[in-house]
Ligand binder design. Structure first.
Ligand code: PLP
Length: 424
């Protein structure tokens, strides 16, 4: 396996001193990536959770090709185009009812920044001085300064700490401790918070931590009681990952603001949206320009991205897309069950298309590089997995076959033989 080592590229989330090289991928198809030297990698994490149906899904590729024949980027203030109009109409139809306005941006982080700004603009324009944002312990909402502020503090954002704004935090609703979360939320909401932002049902980068739909529903109820805006960050959970099109559906809730990105285009090209209830739009609707929502990015509503997203929604309109999710969810459940009593692992969890399990490995010393060691172990076996510390998770594209999944879990078992044996 050859690695590109001499390169001016500064890669994301990479300590170049520990990871000097990168595999150069020349072809992607279905659940597979092929490197320049012919090595194949099974993409068991959907290329950072973006690819939904599979790489280079033909209908999406075709829609992109077709769109390039008439439009590239065009300014989106004062001008519009049919791909953006059509996509907004379709999103309003398929997202939880009541999310009536669609604001475009280009990444998960920007969709969350937009959500937070919308919430604060709402309160300011109503003449009520609410600015407190409430977030959940262990949450991750992106890497811009605003989204890092809402996210958990860690080694990843320590250098920027002085720039981060303070948020109120409620504990993660661990099994048996859900009431503590609800009580803490009740208390900060009663004090007059502006908004509560949450990853519904599963905290992704925080360690694939799952909690029940009933807790999500209760958290929404608490926010509603105190008039606190409820922001659902569905950047990772959206478009089928949790077993339903959107995670909020499982709790039967409609957030006030919802953020979608990664799977919006099937993962093919970057695009993001923030949807909101009409009250939030209305609070910004006034004769004074100062009450407008002042946010934009150059590539807002990129027509090619919108065309890709429309093709993605066409795929979801067919029953077989949902049947595929259900089939994958049960394949994952079966495989997770095989590890349930395995003492090399703890907290084996499954939600929809996602499985996560914690490797029982020593937590000091070499644990600092455990995730890198595991990553290399899997890469050497033609597998793209990026454990979060000792948490190994499998979040595959929906086109994965039973045989391919078996190979992933076999490799996880082999990793446990090598890495967990020291602890057990
Ligand atoms: N919110 C959540 C829940 C995420 O999982 C992520 C990315 O993983 C983001 C926001 C940020 O998205 P992006 O990396 O596209 O900026």
């Amino acid at each position: 396996m050859s690695l590109v080592t001499s390169s001016p590229v500064w890669r994301p989330f990479t300590q170049h001193a520990l990871q000097p090289g990168a595999y150069k991928i020349v072809h992607a198809e279905g659940a597979w990536l092929t490197a320049e030297d012919g090595t194949r990698f099974f993409d068991a994490i959907s290329s950072w959770w973006v690819i939904t149906h599979g790489h280079r899904r033909p209908e999406i590729m075709e829609a992109i090709r077709r769109q390039t024949e008439t439009l590239d980027q065009i300014i989106f203030a004062g001008f519009t185009h049919e791909p953006a109009e059509a996509l907004a109409r379709r999103l309003v139809e398929i997202t939880p009812p009541g999310l009536d306005h669609v604001f475009y941006s280009d990444s998960g982080s920007t969709s969350v920044e937009v959500a937070i700004k919308m919430a604060l603009g709402y309160w300011r324009n109503r003449g009520e001085p609410r600015t407190r944002v409430v977030a959940m312990e262990h949450s991750y909402h992106g890497d811009t300064v605003g989204t890092m502020s809402a996210g958990a503090r860690s080694v990843f954002n320590a250098p920027y700490e002085p720039l981060l704004f303070d948020v109120a935090r409620v504990p993660f609703p661990a099994p048996g401790a859900e009431q503590e979360t609800l009580d803490a939320l009740e208390s900060v909401c009663r004090a007059g918070a502006a908004a509560f932002i949450v990853e519904p049902l599963i905290l992704g980068a925080g360690g694939m931590l799952t909690y029940g739909a009933h807790v999500l529903a209760e958290m929404k109820r608490v926010c509603e009681t105190h008039g606190v805006l409820f922001i659902a960050d569905e950047v990772m959970t959206g478009f089928g990952r949790t077993g339903t099109l959107f995670a909020c559906e499982q709790a039967g809730i409609v957030p006030d603001i919802a953020c979608y990105s990664k799977g919006l285009t099937g993962g093919a090209v970057p695009l993001a949206v923030t949807l909101c209830r009409h009250e939030i739009f209305d609070a910004h609707y006034a004769p004074e320009r100062a009450r407008a929502f002042f946010h934009s990015s150059s590539f807002t509503a990129n027509p090619i991205g919108c065309a890709a997203a429309l093709a993605n929604l066409d795929i979801w309109a067919h029953a077989d897309a949902r049947a595929r999710i259900a089939a994958l969810a049960s394949m994952q459940a079966e495989r997770a069950a095989r590890f349930a009593g395995d003492r090399r692992f703890s907290a084996v969890r499954h939600l929809g298309t996602i499985v996560a399990l914690d490797l029982n490995a020593p937590v000091s010393g070499y644990a600092a590089t455990l995730s890198l060691d595991l990553m290399r172990f899997f890469n050497a076996r033609g597998l793209l997995l990026r454990p979060l510390g000792a948490t190994i998770y499998v979040l595959p594209p929906y086109c994965v076959t039973a045989g391919e999944l078996d190979a992933v879990y076999e490799a996880i078992g082999a990793a446990a033989d090598q890495f967990a044996s020291r602890a057990v």
